[in-house]
Write a protein that binds this ligand. Structure first.
Ligand code: NAG
Ligand code: NAG
Ligand code: NAG
Length: 212
């Protein structure tokens, strides 16, 4: 008879494959050489002899993005294109800022799970599963929340002050797909949207104008 321990040992490699995000690197690091073309999985490495401390430091998150936009929120990304030192390491980071009432609208990261740390303010944050189960509540300064890979999530500033958060993701290139923009900002045939959302063509045209 197989014991639970034996089962776990046998199953471990399978779980590893299932939970892996970016593939494991075969060297200490591989700072991206962005002058070279993207290859199948990431960028070619800069020569180790040409790599410096600066390649591992990113100052792009010092300042807020522009929150004076219709959504009242801004994201500044530290993904591989901005932060080449992340190449092959399965890591990404971003800074999020909100004006009062600002929203990072529902979106997904198809290639990465996310963890948010609220530095300032109060956010109504949540995600919805593939079974349409909702996990959401207000999180505040000092709180951390997880958004599992690929699931639709958002954060709304429900405080009276600006809010700020840092997120990290387990991918150097997690992808950022806004649901409304993908639906109404792409050139999907009107009939598809009419029949998807049960709205008339005028409503579709209005939404397309908003997100184009
Ligand atoms: C890499 O460093 C060598 C000297 O060590 C230099 O000749 C070469 O131009 C550098 N290459 C790049 C791409 O910076
Ligand atoms: C922020 O975005 C708004 C709307 O696009 C624009 O009018 C404004 O100039 C921007 N502010 C900065 C500091 O870039
Ligand atoms: C925001 O301001 C309103 C009105 O001034 C007040 O009733 C409410 O409690 C404030 N909310 C927070 C989260 O401070």
């Amino acid at each position: 008879m197989i014991t639970l321990l034996q089962l776990l040992v046998i199953a471990a490699p399978i779980f590893q494959v299932i939970t892996a995000s970016d593939p494991d690197p075969l060297q200490d690091f591989c700072v991206a050489d962005l002058t070279k073309d993207l290859t199948l999985n990431g960028y070619p490495c800069k020569r180790a002899a040409n790599t410096t401390t600066e390649d591992f430091i990113f100052s792009g998150l010092r300042n807020s993005g522009n929150t004076s936009v219709p959504t009242g929120a801004a994201a500044v990304f530290g993904f591989v294109q901005d932060y080449p030192g992340l190449n092959t390491l399965g890591l990404g980071i971003a800074r999020l800022d909100w004006a009062p009432g600002g929203l990072i609208p529902p979106h997904t990261h198809p290639r990465g799970s996310e963890i948010i740390y609220v530095v300032k303010g109060s956010l109504y944050a949540g995600f919805v599963t593939t079974q349409n189960q909702l996990f959401a509540r207000v999180i505040s300064k000092g709180d951390v929340m997880i958004f599992p890979r690929g699931l639709i999530h958002w954060q709304l500033n429900v405080g009276n002050t600006t809010a700020m958060a840092i997120v990290t993701l387990d991918s150097q290139s997690p992808g950022f797909q806004l649901i409304a923009n993908s639906m109404f900002g792409s050139d999907i045939l009107d009939e598809v949207l009419v029949k998807t959302f049960f709205i008339d063509e005028n409503a579709v045209r209005q939404l397309k104008a908003t997100f184009s």
